[in-house]
Design a protein around this ligand. Sequence first.
Ligand code: PAF
Length: 291
Amino acid sequence: MTINKFKGTRMLEVIHSPEDMFKLSRGIRKGGNSIGFVPTMGYLHQGHISLIDRARKENDIVVVSIFVNPLQFGKNEDLDRYPRDFERDYSLCKDAKVDYIFYPSYSDMYPEDFNTYVEVKELSEILCGAFRPGHFRGVTTVVLKLFNIVSPDRAYFGKKDYQQLQIIKRMVKDLNIPVEIVACPTVREPDGLAMSSRNRYLSPEERLSATYISKALFKIKDAFDRGASEVWRLKEVGLDVLNKAPLIGEIQYLEVVHPENLKSREYAQKGDVVAVAVFIGNTRLIDNIEL
Ligand code: PAF
């Protein structure tokens, strides 16, 4: 089947079965049209919309997947309470001129005899990986499955999940996956908080506390821009801010890392990434900034 669906004639369709999505995407590409793909776990926000907008600009057809992937949640994590609202997501996708939503069921993605996993070593074991064992293996496994089903020319990921982005880039390189990974800037609320579906867990007081995370990162960047480069000093600047946040819980890490191999630095260099993971109340939030 060859699909000729050109810009300007779009209607949003929802595809449930991986097999249908597979046939459809092969048809689209056979028809000479490019596919831009935005994988998501739903509960879309402006960060996702910015990925969709970019995909819209750079491709003929835009596919968004919505699948809360159980494989990437730990036992005591928030899989059950992860926010879901398909109708809302559908209408946001429609407004953003998405062509297809791929919305598979759990059993379609993981039949009972499912037993194959993809893991990017080392990169998956540090930073968030040290605190969420198995998380990135779940991410890479589902992303590779989605790439095989949707067969996009380009796939769009936010820099907000910076480690995820680097791990996916590495998987694509190591396994010769013919997909271009497009990294898009973090979208922030006016007060600096990085957009995330998990922000919805925050009470008003926690929401206020959460603003200290980006404040800490901006302050570190500022210190770096003024000439400070010893990482212990930069960390102190950030921790000073974070420790002022009224409802701050565990600070899992605050690190300055190489932008690709994510190894910790002793002296920060231009282009390095400052990455942080903290609990605000019961909610674990991550953020990062490029120096
Ligand atoms: O970033 C996310 O929302 C998820 O990790 C992804 C890439 C959709 C895989 O489930």
